[in-house]
Write a protein that binds this ligand. Sequence first.
Ligand code: SAM
Ligand code: SF4
Length: 342
Amino acid sequence: MKFAGLAAVQSPPLVDPFGRAITYLRVSVTDRCDFRCVYCMSEHMTFLPKADILTLEELDRLCSAFIERGVRKLRLTGGEPLVRRGIMSLFTSLSRHLATGALDELTVTTNGSQLEKQAAGLAACGVKRINVSLDTLDPEKFRAITRWGELDQVLRGIAAAQRADLAIKINTVALKDVNEDELPRMLDWAHGQGMDLTLIEVMPLGDVGEMRLDQYLPLSLVRARLAERFTLDEIDYRTGGPARYVRVAETGGRLGFITPLTHNFCESCNRVRVTCTGTLFMCLGQEDAADLRAPLRASEADDALHAAIDEAISRKPKGHDFVIDRRHKAPSLGRHMSVTGG
Ligand code: SAM
Ligand code: SF4
């Protein structure tokens, strides 16, 4: 596979109308997945035709254009990024930006199903930290939540990642009546193995055929309950994402909370997202988007691509306004998390 290098002339860094520098890019490399998590996908999803999806070469060009404009942290996500055929060649090619120092961090969010095979390869590409999504340690619950997943396979993947010396953060969606009782155990387990744990509030994205109000569990409540069993000390640790962290005195580990519904984290937002079709979302919670695939495919030079990126960033909104309440039962955004990649 041949990949283009950086243009000789450096373009100006990306800064939005509110003075926020765009330094973090999340790219969804596929809309497909080997799981069907109940809060993320419906059981019968219609996936995009191949021609609509950016090729690995196009993904490389796109990521490299953003890196040229000041992006320092790149996360590949999905769908399930590690099920995309040839994905390791994209990691390999993108790792050149780590070697030059243009990129600080190349990372991935994964459901863990392919890690047993790919963890060592990721580490060889300079990936140092990964996020693994895991909502329960109970095999039956795991099957119920993911519909198609096998807990054992994910646990073997996590073990392989640990052997490869990848730092792991476990992402757990807090689900009312499903895993809420298990969260203290998840915390003990993750911290016991030297992994961070971040709890995520369910977000109203996409129609997944289940009622959002049934799944929604405010993290303010989860935190208050955890605080009865653990000492949670506020810390200043930030990873460039929206999570707020505490140190758990009893375990010594870090616990993060991502609370898009009960806490507004927009003011420090440094990120944008691109879907696997090359659609740039300037905000996870807004519909406004820009097509980068057309300029990518229009010419081999990146001028039109940079112009489209500039135009889009000039429209990055100040913030979002998710709503889940009894008057708003419909998802406040039509697209699924597997489209924008979380
Ligand atoms: N397949 C990979 C995985 O599961 O980690 C990457 C993509 S997945 C869409 C990214 C993250 O979004 C996962 O941690 C998942 O739990 C979370 N997620 C998906 N749908 C969500 C929703 N409606 N609300 C909150 N988090 C969600
Ligand atoms: Fe797949 Fe991740 Fe969505 Fe689960 S959360 S269905 S693993 S993309």
